[in-house]
Structures are given as structure tokens and as C-alpha cells.
Ligand binder design. Structure first.
Ligand code: ZN
Ligand code: ZN
Length: 146
């Protein structure tokens, strides 16, 4: 009888251990991983169990990427690269100096840029393609010769 009780106790503690193990595996751990795009350290909460993954956004370059926990540790992967769109197009952008609408020839992809010259005030400025495909203009640091 006492042997049986002993056996039950062992079983109980084993069950308890498994429960604790499961609990541990569900716990979120804050990991510091390098962004696959710009290599800055990004803090990401990841469940402790192997196979867990997360999709944090880098607060330096704002790229979203994959983080996975494998048997060998945590690794990151850039998201599937969006295919580049060929060609350029003319986009109307407001000159950042005088707000005259300037037609800018610019690529269709995110981060494409151009340096058009304003037809009205003669300033050269930066035009950039934003992630949402819109184009925004920015002043150049250097002021042109008048
Ligand atoms: Zn980044
Ligand atoms: Zn202008």
C-alpha cells in the first residue's frame, strides 16, 4: 500500500513538472534581435517554446520582419521582398520651397527618389517615394546659389 502511494506521489510530481514546463514554454521572453534590414537591435517578445515566431517592426527603419525560435536559438528573416515595379512615372509634387506644383519623374518603388528642380523658384529638392506609393518632397540641406 505504501509503495502504491509512493508511486502515485512520483506520478503527481511528474505531472506537476510537466505543467510547470508547459507554463514555462508559454512564457514570453524579451529577446534582442538584429533587424535583417538595418542591423539595429530590436526588442521582441517571443514565446519560449521552439517554433514560436513573431513579426516585430524595427523602430529604426520601420521594416517588419520575421523572428523565429529554432532549436539553435533565435533567428531573423527579412520578409519576402516586394518585387520591384519597373519604370518611372511623372508625379506632381509641391515644391517644398514655394509650393509650386512640379512634375517629377520618379521610380515606382518604395525609397526611389529624384532631385527635381522647381520651375518657379529654381530650387533643387528631394522627392521620395513613400511606402504607401505616394511621393513626398523635402528641402535639400544646401541652399542653392541665387
Ligand atoms: Zn531596421
Ligand atoms: Zn519652388
Amino acid at each position: 500500500m505504501s509503495e502504491l502511494l509512493e508511486l502515485l506521489k512520483v506520478k503527481e510530481s511528474a505531472v506537476e513538472e510537466i505543467k510547470q514546463e508547459e507554463q514555462r514554454n508559454r512564457e514570453m521572453i524579451l529577446e534582442s534581435v538584429p533587424c535583417p534590414n538595418c542591423e539595429s537591435a530590436v526588442a521582441v517578445e517571443l514565446v519560449q517554446s521552439i517554433g514560436s515566431s513573431a513579426m516585430p517592426v524595427c523602430d529604426t527603419c520601420y521594416e517588419r520582419f520575421h523572428v523565429h525560435r529554432g532549436s539553435e536559438g533565435v533567428f531573423t528573416r527579412a520578409r519576402g521582398v516586394t518585387p520591384r515595379i519597373d519604370g518611372t512615372e511623372h508625379v506632381d509634387v509641391a515644391c517644398p520651397y514655394c509650393e509650386t506644383t512640379v512634375s517629377v519623374l520618379i521610380g515606382r518603388n518604395h525609397k526611389d527618389s529624384a532631385m527635381p528642380q522647381c520651375i518657379s523658384c529654381g530650387h533643387v529638392f528631394h522627392a521620395h517615394r513613400a511606402r504607401d506609393a505616394s511621393v513626398f518632397a523635402r528641402q535639400r540641406g544646401i541652399s542653392p546659389l541665387v
